[in-house]
Design a protein around this ligand. Sequence first.
Ligand SMILES: *[C@@H]1O[C@H](CO)[C@@H](O)[C@H](O)[C@H]1NC(C)=O
Ligand SMILES: *[C@@H]1O[C@H](CO)[C@@H](O)[C@H](O)[C@H]1NC(C)=O
Ligand SMILES: *[C@@H]1O[C@H](CO)[C@@H](O)[C@H](O)[C@H]1NC(C)=O
Ligand SMILES: *[C@@H]1O[C@H](CO)[C@@H](O)[C@H](O)[C@H]1NC(C)=O
Length: 459
Amino acid sequence: MGCFVARSHDAIGILARHRTLLVVVCLTSLVTLWLCRLPKIKIYSPPFEIDVTGAPAAAEKHLDLSRADAPFISWPLARVCNEARWSPGIVFVCDNNSGGVGNIRNYILTCLRYAIEAGATGLVMPQIRTRAPDNLSSIMQAHQPFAYFFDEDHFRQSLGAACPQISIYQSTDHIPNAVNPFKVERITPRDFGPRGGCDNRGLNQHSDGFGRKFRAHVEEHAAEFNIPTPSPAHPRAYRLTWGVQFDWQTYRDGPEFATSYGGLLRFRADILKLGMQTAAYMREFAARQAGHTESQTFVGMHLRTESDALSNWPRFENQTRAYLERASSMDFKAAYLATGNSTEAAKLASAASSQHGLAVVTKDELLKDHPRELKALKALTWDQQALIDFVVLLEGDYFLGVNPSSFSMNVALKRHLKMDGLHTRPWKTGGDGDGRSWLVGSYEHYWKDWLFMYDSMWP
Ligand SMILES: *[C@@H]1O[C@H](CO)[C@@H](O)[C@H](O)[C@H]1NC(C)=O
Ligand SMILES: *[C@@H]1O[C@H](CO)[C@@H](O)[C@H](O)[C@H]1NC(C)=O
Ligand SMILES: *[C@@H]1O[C@H](CO)[C@@H](O)[C@H](O)[C@H]1NC(C)=O
Ligand SMILES: *[C@@H]1O[C@H](CO)[C@@H](O)[C@H](O)[C@H]1NC(C)=O
């Protein structure tokens, strides 16, 4: 209740400040007019030269960052690292994650973003926590190496080139001069600095203050426990608490960073290849549906009704009805269906074909006549197989998913990058999509409907 009262006071305050605002607007306009007289203004010194009077460089604007194999654009990350304040001897460990690829990706990226702000000069190669094969809700199983999902060489090279200040250690055993037995302190970044707001799922509104507050904490801790302040000779390791994956406001670092940073986590080469091959088979399938015409267009759908889906999410009926209506209104004849549940897949496919003349296939069906690739698919775990879906859904001509699945959101946000490349602005929630994707679901409450995830997910 207190919050609502405070908010309405805020509203009254805003009205009272109306006059001040007018003055500010006038002054700003004058300054803008004055600035416009100048022929050309460059901000930042090289190599980050940006022409603020011109349009975004054409090459960057048309860079298609929506593909799973998009190049990694390193200068926005290099800029953040150049501006960071480094604290030699601080090492971050980014393994207290869980869930599907949407959650794992964002946990690792969030953890690394905090590590940079903390000035960590060491990062232990992130690991990935797995889920039980016979119980999809059981997501706190043993760790697998980074390469369970991602391309390790790509990560090392990309991070190394952008942030040479950070050394990557293969495991906690490889941190030079670490105390024996190894010790790691657990931290929750948003605890550093006072927070306002009513909902404890709130994003960190104070990430600018994190580095300063964190370093003060490290010093105090050293004094309190009479241990040396961190240095290469006395490194100290930090691990984030579980669940810190939707925490950092991504656009805080500017659109160039928000749209490129996620490129650090490229899928493992063999998974990427199998995904691209599956997408190629999907195009062939679509061409056959269209009667061997030129058209190979297809719509991708993510049906999220597996046994671990939460009870208040849109159900099978809601998702299916919405997807099929939209796909047929757009005249699609072929659909790729991503789901981890073959029973439900068959149900959707049968409704699609009988009611809408829409042919629906899954990855298993597409690879059925390709034994080598089918075998490679079967060798993957449930969560790894979802990466194949991820790649194909990025390749499709339209995407239908469900809010608030982090997998659906991640696909939609990455597809959104095709719009303006590095200059893509945030996805607008709750509307009709961006012309490339649409997510069914409820968009009434910022917290309850998990809309905060759109503000804290790197595509
Ligand atoms: C599956 O895992 C969840 C989370 O660990 C647990 O609560 C549930 O009891 C498990 N279900 C079965 C059938 O073991
Ligand atoms: C991960 O975080 C949770 C709290 O969110 C904590 O209980 C757990 O011990 C952490 N795991 C490790 C290995 O530190
Ligand atoms: C698949 O869906 C059926 C309901 O159609 C359900 O009974 C089953 O538990 C689901 N399996 C998985 C793996 O989610
Ligand atoms: C599912 O569809 C029903 C009927 O249209 C609707 O009342 C309900 O709110 C929907 N549920 C969700 C979670 O979208």
